[in-house]
Every structure is written in structure tokens, then in C-alpha cells.
Design a protein around this ligand. Structure first.
Ligand SMILES: Cc1cc2nc3c(=O)[nH]c(=O)nc-3n(C[C@H](O)[C@H](O)[C@H](O)COP(=O)(O)OP(=O)(O)OC[C@H]3O[C@@H](n4cnc5c(N)ncnc54)[C@H](O)[C@@H]3O)c2cc1C
Length: 406
């Protein structure tokens, strides 16, 4: 059987390797970029967080996240680690179940996939963008550049528009639409949140371990805890990525973030802490009131936010000033302006409707013999290795199913 895979990213490489397990198959991969797996090599800040030991459908989103359940249970994180180990890639588990290559290099993940592809005689045609897929009586015709080839099965593994610098594109969505499929709205996810820049800009580069709540008017939309990084235009970091999807999808609503910089202490405890300091060192200027409690620059910004003069002596603070400062530390508000674009997003929320595919085979319900996997479909995961886990699981399922022709 001649099987064509469009896209040599994570899901496409995995689909190709699965399809080549049946020795009689001839497997061809078209890749529009100059080399295979370009996005893979920049994942996880160059370290590639390739899966998460907690992966289950609860970490995924889309109109029907349960679509992902079959693939994820067939080729879960344990199977993924065992698979890569067989290819020679050792992995290590870190905080929150995040799994990385022991080499700490994303290129190691790509290398073992490429080496295996060579040993399986998979033909990867790079700088070759598939532009047209036509269904014929016998199978499919795929046109890439000046050439048109015929295939029995086609797997679309083109990803989505997120991470444009690493090759993110809507090309696969367009190809699937041309064959009768439909797409949900697309949003950037796992992306920086843009806010009123005044405070973030002044705190640029500072990290804080905090609780982040997302509100629309007084309704709490989401809450998360972890590392936040202040940037020129807003906030970034793993905890911010976690709630960026809700910001992206809810854009247009009146959203704001509430940051709690001392999440493990109550407002009363913070107030008491400030009172003790005033008692112990009354001569200190207010600019040093929070020295040692939070990052120095953040401490001074909290005072500015509370409209307290930095040069004032702390002994001159009234009890309502103290309460105000404690309140500001635990309820620091940033008005949301939106998210950064697909260019800087790690993943696309939304995609081709999963209801148009068979959850157990990844085969199209509209065009028999056509399969899709990875981010091109309306499934996206949380930050922490869940998106690559979906790419591996759905890619392997598509490759095996196309090969078996269930
Ligand atoms: C900066 C960054 C960091 C990330 N870090 C992590 C991480 O650490 N852990 C994690 O789980 N996820 C991470 N992700 C997300 C993860 O990389 C993606 O979810 C995953 O790569 C999706 O796999 P895919 O195969 O569906 O798509 P992709 O990996 O995007 O692959 C699609 C491939 O198809 C090719 N293509 C597209 N259209 C055509 C066409 N018409 N013809 C031929 N080729 C085509 C593209 O060039 C591309 O190579 C990160 C993403 C980014 C951008």
C-alpha cells in the first residue's frame, strides 16, 4: 500500500514510522520546510517536554476533548517513553510529570525519529508543500509543486498556525476543508497575555511565584498557580500559559488578572507581618517595607500601586495604609488587553472538527482513506508536554490505522 503523510512534524513522523511497521507499505512524507521536525527542535525551550506522565483527557480541550481518549489510552506516556527508549532516547521525569530527554536537547528527539525513518526507508521529501489533494476512484492524487503522485491513503499531519516562526501554518486546515471538512474558530493558546503595560514594563524580567485569577467583571473564569514572568507588554511564563486559552477564547470580554504574590499567607498574616516590621524597624523608608518579602522591585511597585510615597518612614503608615498594602500584595490587578498572536503561541486552540473523524482510527467519516492527526484537529492540551503527547498518540493511531485499512 502507498501511504502519503503530509507534514514531517511530531505527529507526521510518528504516523510515518507506524505506517512503515508493515514492511510492504511504501511510505512518503511531504514537508514544506527545508528540514523535517523544525518545530520539534524548538520545543520546551530547546529541551523538548515530550510527554507528561499524568496525561489523560482532562488536560485536553476542544469541542469534544473526549475524542482524544482512545488514542491517549492506546499510546499513553508510558508507551511513548518505552517507544523512544527503544529508539535509543533516554528520558527523565521532572516537576509536574513533565518528561524531557536525558540529553536535555530537543534535537535528540528529532534525531532518533530521523534515524529510524532512514532505517525504515521512509522517503521524506523536504521543501515540498502539498497544495492539492484529490480523491479518485482508486485512492488519492497529491500535488506538491510541479509533481502529482498517487497514493492509496493520505494522512494530514500539518499542525496549525501556532508558532509561525517554526513553520506553523493553516495549510493543512485548507487542504482538509477542500475535501469537505469544517473547522472551528482558531485561537492562539499557551501564549503571553497582553495587559495594561505600565506595571509589567517596569518589572520586565522579574519572575514571581503567584496565584493568578482571571476575572470577567466579578465572575472568576480561571485560576492557576506557578511562575509568572513580567514582560514589556504583559505577563508570560508557565502559569500564564495555563490560563491564556481562556483569555484568547474570551477576547472581547472585559477581562482582568488578579495576582496574589503571597499565596501561602492570608491577608491577615501579611498585615501582621508588615506590622511586625514597622515595630522592629520604624526608621525604614517605605521603599524597604517589603524588602525580603518579595523581589525588591516588585515590593516598590506594590507601594506605588497602593499610592504610598516611597520616601515616607514606615512608622508614619496608618493602619489603613498597612491594610491597603497587604490587600495590594494579594489582589494586584492587571487589565487584560488580549494575547500575543499565533506567531508567538505554542499551540492552536480549535481546528478541524473531530466529529468528522473516527476516534478509534483517526479516519475521516467524510472521505474514506483520508486520516488526520495532531494539532490540525480541534484538540489542544495544557502546558507541560500534553501537546506532543497528543501528536505522538494520534500520529501513531493514524499511521497504524491507515496501514491496516480498518
Ligand atoms: C515554541 C514552541 C514550543 C513548544 N514546546 C512544547 C513542549 O515542550 N511540549 C509540548 O508538548 N508541546 C510543545 N509545543 C507544541 C507542539 O510543538 C505541537 O503541539 C506539536 O508539534 C504539534 O505536532 P503536529 O505534528 O500536529 O504539527 P507540527 O509539529 O507543527 O508539524 C506540522 C508539519 O507539517 C508541515 N506542513 C504544514 N503544511 C504542509 C503542507 N501543505 N505540505 C507539507 N508540509 C506541511 C509543517 O511545516 C510542519 O513541519 C511547542 C510549540 C512551540 C511553537
Amino acid at each position: 500500500m502507498k501511504i502519503c503523510i503530509i507534514g514531517a512534524g511530531a505527529s507526521g513522523m510518528m504516523a510515518a514510522l507506524a505506517a512503515s511497521e508493515r514492511k510492504t507499505n511504501i511510505v512518503t512524507v511531504f514537508e514544506r520546510q527545508q528540514r523535517a521536525g523544525k518545530k520539534l527542535s524548538v520545543t520546551g525551550n530547546g529541551r523538548c517536554n515530550l510527554t507528561n506522565t499524568n496525561a489523560s483527557v482532562t488536560y485536553y480541550h476542544g469541542q469534544s476533548p473526549e475524542f482524544a481518549a482512545f488514542a491517549l489510552s492506546s499510546f499513553g506516556p508510558e508507551e511513548v517513553r518505552a517507544y523512544f527508549k527503544k529508539l535509543g532516547l533516554l528520558t527523565t521525569e521532572e516537576y509536574g510529570g513533565r518528561v524531557y530527554p536525558l540529553s536535555n536537547s530537543a534535537n535528540s528527539v528529532l534525531d532518533v525519529l530521523r534515524l529510524r525513518a532512514v532505517s525504515c526507508e521512509i522517503d521524506i521529501k523536504t521543501s515540498c508543500e502539498a497544495e492539492i489533494i484529490t480523491k479518485t476512484a482508486e485512492g488519492f492524487k497529491v500535488t506538491a509543486g510541479a509533481e502529482t503522485e498517487t497514493f492509496d491513503r493520505v494522512i494530514v499531519a500539518c499542525g496549525g498556525p501556532a508558532g509561525r516562526k517554526a513553520g506553523g501554518t493553516e495549510s493543512g486546515i485548507k487542504l482538509l476543508k477542500s475535501l469537505g471538512h469544517s473547522c472551528t474558530a482558531l485561537y492562539p493558546s499557551l501564549v503571553q497575555i497582553r495587559t495594561d503595560p505600565v506595571y509589567p514594563r517596569a518589572l520586565k524580567g522579574i519572575k514571581a511565584d503567584c496565584r493568578i485569577s482571571l476575572f470577567s467583571c466579578s465572575e472568576k473564569r480561571a485560576e492557576t498557580e506557578g511562575e509568572l514572568l513580567f514582560t514589556d507588554s504583559g505577563v508570560s511564563g508557565p502559569a500564564v500559559f495555563d490560563i491564556s486559552r481562556q483569555v484568547s477564547v474570551g477576547s472581547g470580554d472585559d477581562l482582568y488578572l488578579m495576582l496574589d504574590f503571597l499565596k501561602d499567607s492570608s491577608a491577615e498574616e501579611v498585615t501582621e507581618m508588615i506590622r511586625q516590621r514597622i515595630e522592629l524597624m520604624p526608621e525604614l523608608p517605605c521603599s524597604d517595607l517589603l524588602t525580603g518579602t518579595v523581589h525588591n522591585r516588585l515590593g516598590r511597585m506594590v507601594l506605588k500601586y497602593s499610592a504610598i510615597a516611597q520616601e515616607k518612614k514606615i512608622s508614619e503608615l496608618s493602619s489603613s495604609d498597612v491594610k491597603k498594602i497587604a490587600y495590594s500584595i494579594k489582589n494586584f490587578i492587571l487589565k487584560v488587553a488580549g494575547t500575543e498572536s499565533f506567531d508567538n503561541a505554542q499551540v492552536t486552540a480549535g481546528g478541524i472538527r473531530t466529529s468528522e473523524f473516527d476516534t478509534e482510527t483517526m479516519e475521516s467519516r467524510i472521505v474514506p482513506g483520508l486520516y488526520a492527526c495532531g494539532e490540525v484537529l480541534d484538540i489542544d492540551g495544557d502546558c507541560g508536554g500534553f501537546n506532543l503527547q497528543w501528536a505522538w498518540a494520534s500520529g501513531r493511531l493514524a499511521g497504524l490505522s491507515a496501514s491496516a485499512g480498518k
